[in-house]
Design a protein around this ligand. Sequence first.
Ligand SMILES: *Cc1c(COP(=O)(O)O)cnc(C)c1O
Length: 401
Amino acid sequence: MNRKELLRMADTYGCPLYVYDTDVIINQYNKITKAFSKVKNVKINYATKALSNINILKVFNSLKSGLDTVSIQEVKLGLLAGFEPKDIIYTPNGVSLQEIEEVAKLGVQINIDNLSILELFGQKHPKIPVCIRINPHVMAGGNSKISVGHIDSKFGISIHQVPHIKRVVENTGMRINGIHMHTGSDILDIDTFIRATEILFEVARQFKNIDFIDFGSGFKVPYKKDDISTNIEELGEKLSRRFNEFCKNYGKDITLMFEPGKFLVSESGKFLAKVNVIKQTTSTVFAGVDSGSNHLIRPMFYNAYHHIENISNPKGRERFYSIVGYICETDTFGSNRRISEIAEEDILCFDNAGAYCYSMASNYNSRFKPAEVMIHKGKDYLIRKRETFEDILRNQEQVTI
Ligand SMILES: *Cc1c(COP(=O)(O)O)cnc(C)c1O
């Protein structure tokens, strides 16, 4: 998407606006499958929670991707988008046995991440095979807010509890058909990641009849200019070799799975916001936009960096700005950003707005959630209308006081 196209989108659909380019998604999807082309059975399950618009899910379905889901609502969205139940894996954390049973009834692959539920589920449904989520206790990346594989993490069954898993399997007669891990959100060091996969192979070996190993995600994409991203080719080469070797020893061609979210959709998205006000203070110049932490919370939530450009004045003189929102909290998108000169009503474009942006949006300050547009095969489609005042009042029961 070039600057002109983006300005046209802002003009046609208004701001604030999310725009997704499906060419980028398709390209990323092909990159992963290509990197693992030496493995016979590979399945990429797109992590729905990153960007859950049903039209985006349909794009993934058209690519023959599977779906990774974390709630029964995501499962239902996936089914509505046309996915077969067998192509959906459900990896919840801290949900009730009832919800897990409901999802199992739909024919979706269940992934269980605690021993207590595993035992209860196995007793009631010994015929339904389940995958187990293992916590290998390998730290991925440095940010503890997004790393979920460390020893005190709430995710997964500890690697040290594998003997207990085996006991549950023996006692209930249930079958473990898959082994899963998801260590966190940054794979930068391939060898560290490979070390975690070794732990997983070791676990897998202890179960007689598994169909797949799911290596989760953690693929990193660049947000800043010089950011290191996961070297997918190197990972593909090293892990494929190791995986094929495992299959040979195990005596069965099992499926290699991944469940990326960010890698597949982050770079496909742009967020467009209009500048409401320029405000000079004693220490900085603020540019305040018609959006805030209610629409794009990542910078405030976990210090994420989103590159910001002034697409209305790309050739202007560069100045330093703090880009802030209109919410009554400190909602700074970026401090001391060097951006071409900004005037009121200019359109700012935020990069990497595909993953965990719209899907984390809220109605805080009783603001409307933005509209979403998808550009697919050269055409733009409004895939979610901007909210209206009715949406704010929806489900509120008015009591006479
Ligand atoms: C969130 C999540 C993912 C996707 O993570 P990304 O960093 O977006 O690739 C994959 N698997 C599970 C279980 C998740 O919770």
